[in-house]
Design a binder for this molecule. Sequence first.
Ligand SMILES: *Cc1c(COP(=O)(O)O)cnc(C)c1O
Length: 383
Amino acid sequence: MSRSRIPFNKPAVVGDEFAYMAQSIASGRISADGGFTAKCQSILEKDFGARKAILTVSCTAALEMAAILSRVGPGDEVIMPAFTFVSTANAFVLRGARPVFVDVRPDTMNMDERLVAQAVNARTRVIVPVHYAGVACEMDALMATAAAHDLLVVEDAAHAVSGDYKGRRLGTIGDFGTYSFHETKNVTSGEGGALLVNRADLVDRAEIVRDKGTNRRQFQLGQVDKYAWVDIGSSYGMADILAAYLYGQLEKRDEIAAHRAALYERYISRLTPLATRGDLELPHIPAHCQSGHHMTYITLADRTTRDRLIDHLAAQGIQAVFHYMPLHTSPFGEQFGCRPGMLPVTEDRAYRLLRLPFFNQMPLESADEVVRHVFDFFGAPLP
Ligand SMILES: *Cc1c(COP(=O)(O)O)cnc(C)c1O
């Protein structure tokens, strides 16, 4: 594939990442749970409001930890959207639990909280809201459903590192929250993630699960005199050399969030005339939510128009992409009793959605250029 003039994503160094990596190397302590890990976790705890934050090798790993900590197994059901990345489902499927996919709301592409309440039954154990594009799911309603049926809530906040809901940071509202620091996300360490543990009674086991099922952490703290195999677990901790890179990014989190918000607003304000004409739909951010601004997506009239617009932009060197193939109609999803037609909003909108170029150092003028070519595609006069 030839390189695009305006790529969809371009990870960038934004601060002192290199200097911090050099410090980590010089310290002689580059494996998990070192000094930079502590600094990053402290930001997620003190500034974001997590009870305990644990850096992980990925958001996928954080979701797997949440599934282990939820103690789900065969016979248990976990409610989640089908419009999400595979890791949301796989983490629970790996424990033998069954994903129950519910439809999304057309305005936010977030799981419809009313359908979640209807999907609960005696086998349900966990609800997994995915805050699509960084915009919160209706957490009050979801938390009320969870409380009424004694369910756990795991927020997949991979898109939502700087988003909030009624003043509370996304990822800190449910029992667990997960972040992604993959190169395609707002704040990155190449690969990386975090598990936020928002309940004090779950913290000790979370550290054991991260440490391969050992009580290494309690041993380090002098709480036990032998370091032993005490539970299941895996090697989930992020290397400190990567945490050093991540710290350089997290230090700039406000600048990153401000630029992404400006880029988003630029796209939305310039695309509004096309929405008014009925050529496309723009995303909705409810007034009580502050978006994490993970992306700008538009929704076209049909799949053919979407695919033709992708080609039109590609011919100008502009890379626009789409996702997700709904999980319930994926080859692996069929075994969970899923059929096409089950989730009409997901099935309709997933194939009409388009994500425009969006990254931390993208100039606002590049958004203007993308917009110009979208106007050109529709034969619409630029205002
Ligand atoms: C990116 C993403 C993940 C996986 O993140 P990794 O850090 O790559 O494992 C999970 N869920 C959602 C919604 C994502 O967008």
